[in-house]
Design a protein around this ligand. Structure first.
Ligand code: HEM
Length: 506
């Protein structure tokens, strides 16, 4: 106690000083040292929504001595993401995020400043341009058609699976994995039989190891003096970083060699970044960091969105039927859908949007951090605090949505609500300076996967469940998977020839 007390005193004084100096948002009473760490329930966005009902739409939640402000209505979301956007555009980096990103040398974990502005410009002007998205479309269509083929084969020819439910997540995850690795690294690590090669195995192992390392530090993360007792596994992080760099550099070298041989540049992000590296003065760490950002941000999010959407469509046969009627009318049964058909499929687009409203895969977005003292909703947010927008709660707020809990895509036929950061009621991709740069790509992939799944198959619950019995609860985590992976029974709707993969080599 004699040793700990002098260590604690400055923290206690700091907290009391903050309390007196600032008018902080209300919230659950914090305990000494741990704050509200033990009060927060695992599915955080639901817990924050309950607290918002008790304390109001802007609340304070203490993780140890770190203040987290959570806003839960569209007006406050507008203040955070538009009015005070610049002062609230830094990132909170956990110790592991700081290690992975080499202290924010990438995009996702970079603070708002000259480096961020430069890298964001590379994303906007070079990587996510409509031209490049269009050039990479064949990859997306190849992968979506490969998913259709493997669902068809498994559900009609696989003795163990005929007439049984398929775990949709594994098919959706394969599309997301292959799409993002091809787009970023220009490589399909998986062969036609679904077997992953050695480089792909190494890639998956690195992703899994990153998750393990990132998840292992929770408590010491929020209580600075505890870190002395729980030092970061420096060596494990260093090994992880080296392993990631080794694989990425090997792929980068393959691309450089191919470019020198053919004289042509391909459309994949790795080629784009290598050819632009000098022009934008990007370090190797930034190039590698950016490539891995795409994997981190773009892989799970798309698969999760489609899994939730499919669960809703199985629970709501009326909506499923209506989307299929539209597909039959516009596409017919002689050809498969392509992204060029989207503009003629307004109901399908509304289905995707309604799924992202009710089930945003990142319900608290990514944490922003205040780089100055700011006022939001009449309360103070001191510099250094984290700010979260509970986009899940905003999208279910009965004050701005009619029958908010109902899965009813028609609401967007009646009113065309933007979901890419211009309407603060619907923010699955965030808004403002840090809005998701991959939003259009994500929307295209989600819509295409849904369109194909619905055009090619009818879907019913598996294992004798009724639609009402499908478990719609969430798993805890920064990205929100369904707690129970949805299982579904597909019935083909088209002739067998329509289920062949449309493979492209690029
Ligand atoms: C349905 C799919 C997706 C959803 C719902 C989604 C959502 C989000 C959200 C909420 C943020 C945080 C915004 C903020 O901090 O204010 C974000 C950031 C980001 N997303 Fe996405 N995303 C999706 C797909 C993608 C894809 C496909 C990519 C790239 C291939 C991508 C790349 C990024 C990057 C790099 C950031 C960091 C931006 C920054 O910090 O400036 N996302 N995304």
């Amino acid at each position: 106690m004699m040793i700990i007390l002098p260590l604690l005193l400055p923290i206690i004084f700091f907290l009391v000083y903050q309390r007196l100096r600032f008018r902080l948002p209300p919230g659950p009473r914090p305990w000494p040292i741990v704050g509200n760490l033990y009060d927060v329930k695992p599915v955080r966005f639901r817990c924050y929504t309950e607290w918002a009902q008790q304390y109001g739409p802007i609340i304070s939640v203490w993780f140890g001595s770190v203040l987290n402000v959570v806003v839960s209505n569209s007006e406050l979301a507008r203040q955070v993401l538009k009015e005070k956007d610049q002062q609230l555009a830094d990132r909170h980096r956990s110790r592991s995020a700081a290690k992975f990103s080499r202290d924010g040398q990438d995009l996702i974990w970079a603070d708002y400043g000259p480096h961020y502005v430069k890298v964001r410009k590379v994303c906007t002007l070079e990587l996510f341009t409509p031209k490049r998205l269009e050039a990479l479309r064949p990859i997306r269509e190849d992968e979506v058609s490969a998913m259709v083929e493997s669902i068809f084969n498994d559900s009609t020819q696989h003795p163990d699976k005929i007439g049984k439910g398929l775990v949709l997540r594994s098919y959706l995850g394969a599309v997301a994995f292959n799409n993002i690795t091809r787009l970023a690294f220009g490589k399909r690590f998986m062969n036609d039989e679904g077997v992953i090669d050695d480089q792909g195995k190494e890639f998956k192992a690195i992703v899994a190891n990153g998750m393990k390392l990132g998840a292992s530090l929770a408590m010491a993360e929020h209580i600075p003096w505890l870190r002395w007792f729980f030092p970061l596994e420096e060596e494990a992080f260093a090994r992880h970083g080296e392993r990631r760099d080794r694989l990425t550099r090997a792929i980068m070298e393959e691309h450089t060699a191919a470019r020198l041989k053919t004289g042509g540049t391909k459309q994949h992000f790795v080629d784009a970044l290598l050819t632009l590296q000098k022009q934008y003065d990007l370090s190797d760490d930034t190039v590698i960091g950016l490539l891995w950002d795409m994997i981190t941000a773009g892989m799970d999010t798309t698969a999760i969105s489609v899994e939730w959407a499919m669960a809703e469509l199985i629970k709501n046969p009326r909506v499923q039927q209506k989307a299929q009627d539209e597909l039959d009318r516009v596409i017919g049964c002689e050809r498969v859908l392509t992204e060029l058909d989207f503009s003629n499929l307004p109901y399908l687009q509304c289905v995707a949007k309604e799924a992202l409203r009710l089930h945003p895969p990142t319900p608290l977005m990514l944490p922003h951090k205040a780089n100055a003292n700011v006022k939001v909703g009449g309360y103070d947010i001191p510099k250094g605090s984290n700010v979260h927008v509970n986009v899940w709660a905003v999208a279910r707020d009965p004050a701005v949505w009619k029958d908010p809990l109902e899965f009813r895509p028609e609401r967007f036929v009646e009113e065309d609500v933007d979901m890419k950061g211009h309407d603060y009621r619907l923010l699955p991709f965030g808004a403002g300076r840090r809005v998701c740069p991959g939003a259009q790509l994500g929307i295209n992939l989600v819509t295409s996967m849904l369109g194909h799944l619905l055009h090619h198959f009818s879907w019913a619950p598996a294992n004798g469940l009724t639609p009402e019995e499908i478990d719609m609860s969430e798993n805890p985590g920064l990205v929100t998977y369904m707690k129970t992976p949805v299982q579904a029974l597909p019935t083909p709707r088209l002739t067998p020839i329509m289920y062949k993969r449309i493979a492209v080599d690029m």
